[in-house]
Ligand binder design. Structure first.
Ligand code: BGC
Ligand code: ZN
Length: 379
């Protein structure tokens, strides 16, 4: 296809905030512009809460000069062409792109070191989210350094990599924080281990379930606290990985420590501040609480701040926010995906609810969320 300017175009899923529109649009087919770039044929793109939120126009922005934003930040594709300076990728390889691109400020030390997930000034861009087009298109171009090679046998699961990196970075942050407890010698084979520690994962969406798998693989006794009563398909996955599913309909937040014991780690993946702060109130002594949810702005809520502050101080607790992920988290996600496939093949397969064609984009983005991870497949 060609557009009015004679450029080749392809189908993409995008939002046009000024028109409050969501759907398929024509987007120019990208070409190599620099020697270190790679052209990728898109195979799978996951849909997540962030995409759905962008479609309500409270989050996300088109690139400068464009009235629309191509969505999609959880992608997997096949390399079809590489620039002259590309070193480690070739046509036929499978890759997963990361999401965030560094700012250009010389004074932003994290971005200068390739740790744009910690960008210090907010001038980063994110593909498919903030001022940069995403991957919900037939093909895209990316620089080699923002791509992770995927072993072919993980191809079918690789669309789960990006949401899994959120858990990997979260866990790395938890280990970094708990280095403050020198008497805790939770090391096995040179790696930290959660053996003997209790983790509570809040929420059983894709971020929660992948988080629970990550914590379980790291050795934690893992509990997933979620609203829906069991039995349900999410509870089945949780039980299949040797974690315990607890419904808030059966166990009140205040009774969680009675079920779990001392809560050493909370991995928040629910995005609802009232629930998240309630559970912060039952974090154990010396515990660490990892926030990952990004709630839409809402009315102020009431929290028992005196009690929370007393607990945090008297219990030496750490509360950490984490966003996006670095290269190390992508590498860890590959190792963990392989582990999940080996140990829990059916459970990890069940995280991908269904693959749809691009024509289903509006129902997937705008109607009630169903299943766990829905994917748009371009094959
Ligand atoms: C993405 C992250 C991103 C964050 C904030 C999440 O859905 O997975 O990569 O940094 O949204 O925009
Ligand atoms: Zn996402």
């Amino acid at each position: 296809m060609r557009n009015l300017h004679g450029e080749h175009t392809m189908k993409a899923v995008g939002v046009t905030p000024s028109q409050r529109e969501v759907g398929i649009l024509d987007h120019s087919t990208p070409e190599l512009q620099q020697d270190d770039e790679v052209i990728i044929r898109t195979l799978d793109v996951g849909i997540c809460g962030t995409d759905r939120e962008i479609c309500t126009f409270v989050y996300g922005d088109p690139p400068a000069g464009s009235d629309y934003l191509v969505l999609g930040h959880e992608a997997m594709g096949e390399v079809i062409e590489v620039g002259a300076a590309v070193q480690n990728l070739k046509a036929g390889d499978f890759v997963v792109p990361s999401v965030r691109r560094p700012c250009t400020d010389e004074n932003c030390l994290p971005c200068k070191q390739g740790l744009q997930d910690f960008c210090s000034n907010g001038n980063y861009v994110e593909r498919g989210i903030k001022e940069c087009h995403g991957f919900m298109t037939e093909s895209f171009v990316e620089r080699e350094r923002f791509l992770t090679y995927i072993p072919p046998d993980l191809k079918d699961l690789a669309v789960l990599m990006e949401p899994l990196t959120i858990a990997e970075k979260g866990l790395a942050q938890a280990w970094a924080t708990q280095k403050r407890l020198p008497w805790v010698r939770h090391y096995e084979n040179g790696k930290p281990t959660g053996k003997g520690l209790n983790a509570v994962v809040l929420g059983a969406g894709p971020i929660g379930i992948l988080g629970a798998m990550t914590m379980r693989a790291a050795g934690f006794e893992t509990y997933v606290y979620n609203r829906s009563p069991a039995p349900n398909p999410k509870a089945e996955i949780v039980e299949a990985i040797g974690a315990k599913y607890i419904s808030s309909k059966d166990v009140a937040v205040s009774d969680l420590p009675g079920e779990v014991g001392s809560i050493d780690l909370v991995y928040e993946a629910v995005g609802i501040s009232s629930v998240a702060f309630d559970v912060l109130g039952v974090l154990g002594v010396n515990g660490v609480y990892i926030f990952t949810g990004i709630p839409a702005p809402g009315d102020p809520i009431q929290v028992d701040a005196d009690q929370l502050m007393r607990n945090i101080v008297l219990g030496n607790q750490s509360v950490i926010g984490t966003v996006n992920a670095d290269d190390a988290s992508f590498k860890a996600a590959i190792r963990d995906l392989a582990y999940f496939r080996k140990h829990w093949p059916e459970a990890i397969d069940a995280v991908i609810t269904r693959r749809y064609s691009i024509e289903s984009c509006r129902e997937l983005l705008l109607e009630r969320a169903t299943g766990i991870k829905n994917v748009i497949s371009f094959e």
